[in-house]
Design a protein. Sequence first.
Length: 583
Amino acid sequence: MSVSTNVVRRPGSRNYYVRLAVPRDLQVRMGKPGKPRKELWKSLNTSDAREARQLSRPILDEWERMFAELRRPKQLTEAELQDAIWRRYLELITTDEKFRQSLPTNDDLDAIWKYLEVEFGEQSISAYRIYEELRDRFDNNQRERAARLAQMKAEAARGETKLIADVVEQVIEARRLGVDPGTPEYRKLAHGLQRAELEGLGRTVERDQGDFSGAPKDKMVQQPTVFDPPKGEQILELFDRYAREKPGRVSADTWQSNRKVVALFDDFVGGKAHISAFNRKNVREWKDKLFEWPVKAIEAREFRGLSFLDVIQRNKVVGKPVIQHKTINRYLAALGGFCNWLLANDFIREDVMVGMYLEVDRKKKTVLPYTETQLQTIFRSALFHRCGGDKLEHQAGDVEVRDWRYWIPLIAIYSGARLGEICQLMVADVRQLHSTWILHITEEGAGGKSTKTEGSMRVVPVHSRLIELGFLKFHARMKAFGDRLFPEIKADARGYISGKPSTFFNDYFRTIGVKADRSNNFHSFRHNVADAFRAAGYLDETFGPLLGHTKSTTTQKYGVLPEGPLRDRVTMIEAIEYPSLSL
């Protein structure tokens, strides 16, 4: 394929477009009723010819893969057979209804005859033939139906299906079924469609007698029910099997999150879906709907109990913001590893995720550090001095809050630790090593702790400013209450220890005016720490281990850090300064 011939400008447009001819055998399938699709077009949003050619290549490749997917035959599953039979029955019933509604009444026939007399003359043979054809439409249709019903019954009794052969071929073509004449699958489909036609014609005979109450008596011709695939072949069953075989690859939290995403896809394709529904077409259509998926929809009360598509529809009224491109890619990534496992184990025949991910500008920061003014607003607010108490933390008062609400932001701004890492700290994770107080961020120990990756486990010295503010006294006090440093924090319904604090701080920062959009949240503190390291002259690869940006090592896992490297880390941590803050 020559890319240059597929990149063109449309009249009146500065930008280039990519176009591709739809193969003749797919034009009807990809078009609308009565209007075949002959070409695909997409704007490249650039007026630079060279850039347009580069941008066009992945789009052309995606279209070619789509053509291949449309041509790829499907298996005749029980669900597919049941649906095909029922739709053929409905087609016959609908056609009969439309026919009866189109029949002229006696008044219509009188008016038609008067018009024909004027147009052709009273004795015109042509006029009478037209009138006769309109008048006898019902009788002629009735005779044709009766004859076909009699022939169909005779064929069915002998096990023949010749009369239905054209319909069978149409169904195979429309549904892209890999079914060849003479095979058991073909005979099964043909007999099923034959029985649908017998039931449909039977209804028309009843209607000729004025009885419109009939329903199919044949158990094979029934409205499809939710079809449960054979045990072990459903999408979620196979995902659970995948998780059992790869337990050490990611944390338990990530497995749980990914399963929820896969469950959303399963819901989209019908629920309890067979693994054959995990195909490029369905993933592509699901991805398109993710652009309308609201933020945190799974736990939102407004969407509780709703299906994937119903959530999207409901959000048109609720108006919650939708997820960003980066989150869409994270949802797609939840399917990616699963897809690789399915391929390796021969459950699917192609990599359905190739080309599915969105292009995201990784250099563009979606979360920004807090400005000096914002930091001042946060740490000069009532919570960090004296406030009104519970639920009035943003108002000045006489209550001195010194629990997790006070300490977590301070630990974050002087360590760069993630919210979840701080929330799960045990009393034993704060200890002395080589006479230096440290935070041991690890999965080791009780409490079901987790880290983002194994490389996130690390030793971080306690900043002297935290000690000056009384952190060690707080730590000593917490020893009397149990194992956890912040015992008031409990895991939320999703099992996340950071759920409650995340909600609290987002609401608090919004109330005091430092959070207006998604560009600032608790994670912004990590960016502030990174900027503080850079301001002190450290390179990213030097302070990366303190932020958990490195490969895992035994040292990080068990917190056994030699004295020399620990001193280096103390020096780096002490370099974190915020001159404008007066804490």
